[in-house]
Design a protein around this ligand. Structure first.
Ligand code: BG6
Length: 489
């Protein structure tokens, strides 16, 4: 049987994400000949455009944001696949128009459809409902598949995530749903599983017997910028922790899945989330730090008395055999000194030091840095004897840099991978409904503790710093320091 046409429908096609990420990702995959042979891209938004205006705007967007991937010759071949339907997400008739337009593009046999919700979260439910009403979600073996890609944030707490899951499940089955966390599309995040499970050396020591603690830092130098309106409601826990940081934690802490199948991987992640010890009102004081950068309240759209945290540091525990009592320190914030995402595995010291080192001196423990971005790579710090000394030791680094081994442009944008996986029906890098809910179960109690009358204090930090002093203390109280790439930060 001839292959059916695949249509990629982008709801919110006039928005930022479509221009900065989705169209460039689709164009790049087209250039790499990875899109289905027979495909169409249909933009849907309120903006008053026709096909021509849509094509021109997307061409301009590529020039602005992704000039490096734009080849005019290939664009000429790509452009005729772009279409545009002007419509309102709250008007059923507009979905009917879209449906019949898609029908015209497809053959009478039908076609595959990927619906991409690149829209404000308050429109998720109404859009899914409208797709249901027009019978646009039902797939039959002959008519082709139907899939739904949903951008973050998926809910604002456990209850809203559950209710969104319910609304989406009224129309789509779980296997049709692809919930995006773009961190999972990053090569360096995917590589964590390969590093752990495609090598024999690390897994035997990847546990409480050899690991002292783990640090996960996702620091950002940008401030909230023009997203202040959204951000002031969300805050750093919803914006970064519930999704990106917890996903990094899961990849670091999960048990080895039995296969590379989407559900085998996602089962292990959910088990890990379920083992995370919930923060209580009491431990919110000892194990969490919330802070705001000093000029945050000056931003347009931020409440004058805003208590929203733009920075958080957490100490979490994963209560299972592998990780009992090993602290996982997580931190993330805006307006910090540098943009760095890194996982640090800090090993224990050797049980006995036989070398005659001077009193008060110590042999530094081994440290593994998994750098997610920038300067992507992996560093392993270990001890060597300093030449021409009787027994002095020094730390050195064994380093892997993607740039060196794979060339400068080897790392694709996360969206390239994610959108292609959704088209190909591979859900491994997408979050399942129980995974979303399990991650909210970790974050909800912290949000609750932070908004209660007995909340821990809101600290303040200078822009361009590494965050509040209280976050240093969180580790100092345990005799530890934050590390980034081997330096104290
Ligand atoms: C998004 C957050 O999910 O991730 C943003 O909403 C944040 O606030 C961004 O800036 C960070 O992504 P990246 O890929 O630049 O680390």
């Amino acid at each position: 049987m001839a292959k059916l046409k695949t249509s990629i429908v982008i709801f919110g096609a006039s928005g930022d994400l479509a221009q900065r990420k989705l169209i460039p990702a689709l164009f790049t995959q087209f250039c790499k000949r990875r899109l289905p042979k027979d495909f169409e891209i249909v933009g849907f938004a309120r903006t008053d455009w026709d096909h021509k205006a849509f094509r021109k705007t997307m061409h301009d967007a590529l020039k602005t944001y992704s000039a490096d991937v734009l080849t005019e010759k290939l664009w000429e071949k790509f452009e005729p696949h772009l279409h545009y339907i002007q419509g309102d997400l709250t008007v059923d008739k507009d979905f009917a128009t879209l449906n019949s337009f898609l029908g015209e593009l497809e053959t009478e046999k039908g076609g595959n459809r990927l619906y991409y919700l690149s829209i404000a979260p308050r429109f998720f439910e109404v859009t899914v409902e409208a797709l249901g009403k027009q019978d646009m979600a039902r797939a039959t073996p002959d008519s082709g598949w139907r899939r739904l890609v949903i951008e973050k944030p998926f809910g604002t707490d456990l209850a809203s995530a559950q209710s969104l899951n319910k609304a989406v499940h009224n129309v789509f089955e779980e296997h049709q749903i692809y919930r995006i966390d773009h961190y999972l599309g990053k090569e360096t995040a995917q590589n964590i599983l390969f590093f752990r499970f495609a090598n024999i050396m690390f897994e035997p020591v990847w546990n409480r017997n050899y690991i002292d603690h783990v640090q996960i830092s996702v620091t950002e130098s940008v401030d909230v910028g023009h997203r202040a309106g959204y951000y002031d409601d969300a805050g750093v826990l919803r914006d970064m922790f519930q999704n990106h940081l917890l996903q990094l934690l899961a990849l670091t802490a999960m048990e080895p899945p039995a296969s590379f199948e989407a559900d085998a991987i996602r089962n292990e992640k959910v088990k890990t989330f379920m083992a995370v010890r919930p923060v209580t009102e009491e431990t919110a004081f000892t194990d969490t730090v919330r802070a705001q950068y000093r000029t945050y309240r000056d931003a347009e759209g931020v409440a004058k008395e805003s208590q929203t945290a733009t920075y958080a540091a957490l100490k979490l525990y994963v209560d299972n055999w592998r990780w009992q009592d090993v602290p996982f320190y997580l931190r993330s914030g805006k307006a910090l000194k540098e943009k760095v995402s890194e996982i640090v595995i800090y090993f224990r010291s050797p049980p006995h030091i036989m070398f005659p080192i001077a009193e008060g001196e110590e042999i530094a423990p081994n440290v593994l840095h998994i750098r997610i971005q920038p300067d992507e790579g992996i560093h392993l710090r270990f001890e060597v004897k300093v030449p021409d000394t009787p027994a002095n030791t020094r730390s050195v680094d064994m380093e892997f840099h993607y740039d060196d081994d794979f060339g400068e442009d080897a790392l694709p944008d996360a969206y390239e991978r994610l959108i292609l996986d959704a088209i190909n029906g591979d859900a491994s890098l997408f979050t399942r409904s129980d995974g979303i809910e399990a991650s909210w179960r970790i974050i909800d109690p912290i949000i609750e503790a932070w908004s209660s009358k007995k909340a821990p204090p809101l600290h303040y930090y200078e822009e361009d710093s590494w965050g509040p002093y209280a976050a240093e203390e969180l580790l100092a109280d345990d005799g530890r320091v934050w590390l980034i790439d081997g330096d104290e930060a």
